[in-house]
Design a protein around this ligand. Structure first.
Ligand SMILES: Cc1cc2nc3c(=O)[nH]c(=O)nc-3n(C[C@H](O)[C@H](O)[C@H](O)COP(=O)(O)OP(=O)(O)OC[C@H]3O[C@@H](n4cnc5c(N)ncnc54)[C@H](O)[C@@H]3O)c2cc1C
Length: 386
């Protein structure tokens, strides 16, 4: 008799939730995504996708949708803030790690992920407010008074995850007094100045700025910074919070003229509180598991937050594919056992902000990782602290 596939409710239609919807569907699971937003906003930001996440995107049909429109940088280029001296450059041809390194508009990646899912998979305007589980299923309660049931829940509800709070306990993410300014704007505003063929990180003493094109035709560019913020500035939702472009320029006054040209041309900027967490004691509780920023939020300094959420999606699908509905808890534990050592390592390096700051450390463990083919860690190696 053909088996009935387990039903999985995914909370959150960000990069992680959508990628999980695609990978779990491919694994034969019955998937629904519940997203609190009534519609998708076109968030004005760029995003870098490294080969490790591109390999996942390739198999779910997203690579082909973003490839033609994205900018493919020649290298990761790291330069000193004032002299411009190159402190480390890593050329990133596709042949190096078996997938391209692409920079794009964040909304283009999001739309591509939405487009590989059947329309009815994602339900908007569904804000989760509570959940209850029994040994066989989970009941979800939404703010509009409706309920839904599933055999299991994957919570991809971001850094302020309600589900994390419900299954692990309440606490606040860490804010170490740093913020990111970001802006995306037409390259025509640079009046002929070309920011070059690479994605460049300019390393200052206590601040940095990363600059790259987001379109294949170099018609649009993006930058994102990290600067100390003297006041305790924090908003719960910061994708839409505005920054002051004059303050931003002042923060980068002594920087190399190439940086200043970009900041002078920038018409407007946004401001984002940089949040992170220490690795969680566990990622799941029974039939409810966390994914992406909900369980391993990190600083954006290695450009791996969305990438690791996308990797999670592939590994979770591999773990769930093996179950017949009876051992979902075990599948969630195998997923955590495999993923947590890697994401904890990335969280720590990202927090310290030392990635490619000179030296010639190995980068293949990060960019060469293949979530579809890496051997899965046995569950016995999962040492939970609670
Ligand atoms: C400035 C900046 C630059 C970055 N650059 C990069 C980069 O270049 N590359 C990279 O890989 N990563 C980057 N990141 C990190 C990346 O943005 C995040 O790690 C990624 O968005 C996490 O995806 P997610 O799906 O886990 O969470 P989110 O993208 O936060 O999605 C969570 C979703 O859940 C929904 N939700 C929340 N609560 C509920 C609820 N109760 N009910 C229903 N829905 C709910 C939200 O509305 C949202 O749609 C950057 C981050 C920042 C801040």
């Amino acid at each position: 008799m053909p088996r009935t596939p387990p039903s999985i409710a995914i909370i959150g239609a960000g990069m992680g939730g959508l990628a999980a919807a695609a990978t779990l569907r491919q694994a034969g699971l019955d998937v629904k995504v519940y997203e609190q937003a009534p519609h998708f906003e076109r968030v004005g930001a760029g995003i870098q996708m490294m080969p490790n996440s591109m390999k996942v995107l390739r198999r779910i049909g997203v690579e082909e949708k973003v490839r033609g429109i994205s900018f493919e940088p020649y290298s990761h280029l790291n330069r000193e803030w004032d002299t411009g001296k190159v402190i480390r450059e890593l050329p990133m041809p596709e042949s190096l790690f078996g997938a391209p390194y692409l920079c794009m508009h964040r909304a283009d990646l999001h739309s591509a992920l939405v487009s590989v899912l059947p329309r009815e998979t994602v339900q908007l305007d569904k804000k989760l407010v509570g959940l209850e589980q029994t040994s066989r299923q989970v009941t979800l309660a939404f703010a509009d008074g409706t309920r839904a049931q599933a055999n299991a829940v994957v919570a991809a509800d971001g850094v302020h995850s309600l589900v994390r709070e419900l299954i692990i306990g309440p606490d606040m993410p860490l804010h170490k007094g740093r913020i990111a300014y970001r802006a995306i704007f037409p390259a025509a505003l640079l009046n002929g100045f070309d920011i070059g063929r690479s994605r460049t990180k300019w390393w200052g003493l206590d601040r940095h700025i990363v600059i790259y094109y987001t379109r294949a035709d170099r018609s649009e560019l993006y930058f994102v910074t990290s600067v100390p913020e003297p006041a305790e500035w924090l908003t719960r939702e910061s994708w839409s919070a505005k920054g002051d472009v004059k303050e931003l320029r002042k923060a980068y006054e002594g920087f190399h003229s190439e940086v200043r040209q970009v900041l002078e041309a920038c018409p407007d900027c946004h401001k984002w509180a940089i949040l992170e967490r220490e690795p969680l004691p566990r990622w799941s509780d029974g039939r409810v598991a966390l994914l992406g920023d909900a369980c391993h939020p990190m600083t954006p300094y290695m450009a791996q937050g969305a990438a690791t959420a996308i990797e999670d999606a592939a590994v979770l699908a591999r773990c769930l594919k093996e179950v017949d509905g009876e051992d979902i808890e075990g599948a969630f534990q195998r997923y955590e056992a495999h993923r947590k050592p890697r994401t904890s390592r990335i969280q720590a390096i990202s927090s310290a902000n030392t990635w490619m700051k000179g030296g010639d450390d190995d980068t293949s463990w990060l960019y060469g990782y293949d979530a579809w083919n890496v051997p899965l860690t046995p569950t016995e190696s999962l040492a939970r602290t609670t």
